[in-house]
Design a protein around this ligand. Structure first.
Ligand code: AMP
Length: 117
């Protein structure tokens, strides 16, 4: 897991310090392709203003949290994903969080099983 100090890898991508495949961007968030995909379509929806993880979000983050979900909806529409998609947030080490900068995993392109673990 990355340390909470300094810039996260996602802040470096947002600031164009390291490359990534950027699929969507607006003033609040960025959508990039995951470098290690777990499904044919696997992207990350990342707020530009860093929130370390969902458990540290504040009531004042309500607009950005809603915006991330609506961005997932918009991405699915643009990709024509009528068969469905899955969104996942890994919160903390037991959940598999490796980057301490909130992000939504968006997975699609194949049938998925449930439960996931
Ligand atoms: P998590 O384990 O939930 O914190 O998810 C972090 C995700 O970031 C993993 O799925 C990684 O494959 C992905 N990732 C790490 N570094 C990069 C990068 N430079 N570009 C794109 N995705 C990345």
């Amino acid at each position: 897991m990355e340390s909470d100090g300094g810039k996260t890898i996602f802040e470096k991508i947002i600031d164009r310090e390291i490359p990534a495949e950027i699929l969507m961007e607006d003033e609040r968030c960025i959508v990039i392709r995951d470098i290690n995909p777990g499904a044919p379509i696997h992207v990350l929806i990342i707020p530009k203003r860093k929130i370390a993880r969902l458990s540290e979000a504040q009531n004042s983050d309500i607009l950005i949290l809603g915006h991330l979900l609506l961005t997932a909806q918009q991405f699915a529409k643009r990709q024509g994903l009528g068969d469905g998609f899955r969104i996942v947030v890994n919160n903390g080490p037991h959940a598999g969080e490796t980057v301490p900068h909130l992000h939504i995993h968006f997975l699609a392109g194949k049938p998925m099983i449930w439960p996931p673990c």
